[in-house]
Design a protein around this ligand. Structure first.
Ligand SMILES: Nc1nc2c(ncn2[C@@H]2O[C@H](COP(=O)(O)OP(=O)(O)OP(=O)(O)O)[C@@H](O)[C@H]2O)c(=O)[nH]1
Length: 298
């Protein structure tokens, strides 16, 4: 029997609660992603945290969004649901004392996630001026769901992240590590490059462009000095394309510059990045397109 533990963890929560901040603070610059092994074909991997004794593979739950009207959201919710029932631990993150419809929606999805242990992460506790409000809030949340554990954290200030790591690692199954540390493959780098672009779009445009954007890497060529990368950002409507491109191309240029800088840091080489924006007509209601874009998790 192996002495080490290894398993998959999903961090879920509505936008803006601090999920990315937590990932960055847990894993830092050392986001190492490798080619998928059979154990992880059902997950898109977000990052890997390797410590002596345990390896936590963070799965990307492909969007947990409010609103059910459109096929995209239905498919995403289905995908989120099946992804959730298939991980070893779920972290449900909320923003301090705030509770919104978005949180309610995610909690609803968790109700159907099966036996997977759910840890409630109450983030941004550094923001709380009156800490005495925390306990009653936690108690009322705990009454609504059988959380395996409730941990107040501050992702930004690294508060209680050691407690979180312990809570996660102790719940992982025993087993060998799936990934060698620091091993990067072309495929995972492409995936990360696409994520970097998506992140920049969301950061720069926020609500103006809905989360239904997808990024495809069309070209990845490692030249002697420079890596040439071309990517297409797929949007749903003409108006979104216009916003993304911006006045005389200023917005897409700024997104491209920021993304290129992150990519250069990631692969430690010069990058030449070309971005295209395309409208994928009828995309939301086209299940076939969804599957080809990787949202089919059945
Ligand atoms: N004060 C405080 N702010 C935080 C903390 N964690 C995250 N934030 C801030 O909250 C905002 C949202 O954080 P993100 O990490 O982008 O949130 P997210 O859940 O990944 O958001 P999406 O990518 O939209 O799903 C950022 O401005 C963070 O700096 C925290 O522990 N304390």
């Amino acid at each position: 029997m192996s002495d080490t533990r290894c398993g998959v963890v999903a961090i879920v929560g509505r936008p803006n609660v601090g999920k990315s901040t937590l990932m960055n603070h847990l894993i830092g610059e050392k986001v190492s992603i490798t080619s998928r092994k059979p154990q992880t074909t059902r997950h898109r991997i977000h990052g890997i945290l390797s410590r002596p004794g345990y390896q936590i593979v963070f799965a990307d739950t492909p969007g947990i969004h409010t609103g059910q009207e459109r096929a995209l959201n239905r498919a995403m919710n289905d995908a989120a649901q099946s992804a959730l029932s298939d991980v070893d631990v779920i972290c449900f993150m909320v923003d301090a004392l705030k509770w919104t419809e978005g949180d309610e929606h995610v909690l609803g999805l968790l109700q159907r996630a099966g036996d997977t242990p759910v840890i409630l992460l109450v983030n941004k506790v550094d923001n709380l001026t009156d800490k005495s409000l925390l306990l009653p809030h936690l108690e009322s949340l705990a009454a609504r769901f059988a959380f395996a554990e409730v941990i107040p954290v501050s992702a930004l200030r690294d508060h209680n992240l050691d407690v979180l790591e312990k809570a996660l690692s102790s719940r992982l199954p025993k087993g060998d590590f799936w990934f060698d540390d620091d091993q990067l493959t072309d495929r995972s780098l492409r995936f990360m490059a696409a994520e970097i672009i998506r992140e920049k779009v969301v950061r720069q445009l926020g609500q103006e462009v809905p989360h239904q954007i997808t990024v495809e890497i069309d070209i990845w060529e490692d030249g002697p000095k420079v890596t040439d990368i071309a990517a297409t950002i797929l949007v749903e409507r003409r108006g979104q394309k216009k916003i993304l491109i911006g006045d005389k191309g200023s917005r897409i240029k700024s997104i491209g510059t920021q993304a290129r800088e992150d990519m250069e840091r990631l692969i430690d080489r010069k990058v030449m990045l070309t971005l295209w924006v395309k409208i994928k007509a009828g995309w939301s209601d086209d299940e076939r397109a969804l599957r080809s874009l990787g949202y089919d998790h059945r």
